[in-house]
Design a protein around this ligand. Structure first.
Ligand code: 5RP
Length: 217
């Protein structure tokens, strides 16, 4: 079974949680790319969806899923998204696709935030860099403050909100709460890619043909 098959199986399992009439947040990435057809196939009615990226929005619309701007809805019943890494206690690193600002806003608005993953995503300890979105205003001064541990991601366009995508490669991954607080304390950082366990309700991890479901809250 390929990793892509695992992504599809995790996505299909999570798609079963979606019900007619729900408000639904759609994440971003290659795992979510399997979620969208699985949701479309359910033939649900009166779904109201918001998308975390233009790519997800375009794919969803092409599949006949109604997507609306995220301005009028005050909360979401469910949001489903992928992850770059997940630790045993439920911390995530997200933002490999540079969409972590919108992904975090959508996750925070959801009553239930469901993470879908292939078998490479669970890790004993984080190894990925932490994605950042930096405000364009004062960018050079922000980068100077953040120091050598932060670099703009090469060949990456600004986010739909005008922020610049960067990555933090430095110490502190063994204490994600402290690192998240440190990165967020800089006024030039619009979002950082560490998502706390308090945001995560469910995790679906596919290992071969088996999908393991962990309910956190
Ligand atoms: C995008 C993300 C993605 O969810 C994360 O990068 C995982 O992507 P994939 O499903 O392609 O492995 O955070 O910003």
């Amino acid at each position: 079974m390929s990793l892509d098959d695992e992504k599809r199986l995790a996505a299909e399992a999570a798609a079963e949680l979606v019900e007619s009439g729900m408000t639904l947040g759609l994440g971003t990435g290659s795992t979510v790319a399997h979620l969208l057809p699985a949701v479309a196939r359910r033939g649900l009615t009166e779904l109201r969806c918001v998308a975390t990226s233009p790519a997800t929005e375009a794919q969803a619309r092409a599949l006949g899923i109604t997507v609306e701007p995220f301005d009028a809805l005050t909360r979401l019943d469910l949001a489903i998204d992928g992850t770059d890494e997940v630790t045993p206690d439920g911390w995530l690193i997200k933002g490999g696709g540079g969409a972590h600002l919108r992904e975090k806003i959508v996750a925070a608005a959801a009553d239930r935030f469901v993470v879908i993953a292939d078998s490479t995503k669970p890790v004993p300890q984080f190894t990925w860099p932490v994605p950042l979105e930096l405000f364009a205003f004062g960018l050079a001064s922000t980068l100077a403050r953040l120091g050598d541990d932060v670099a703009l991601r090469p060949d990456t366009p600004p986010s739909p909100d005008g922020g610049l995508i960067a990555d933090y490669r430095g110490p502190g991954l063994d204490d994600p709460a402290a690192l998240a607080a440190r990165l967020e304390s800089d006024p030039g950082v619009a979002a950082q890619g560490l998502f706390p366990p308090s945001l995560v309700s469910d995790l679906f991890v596919a290992r071969g043909a088996e999908v393991e479901h962990t309910r956190f809250s």
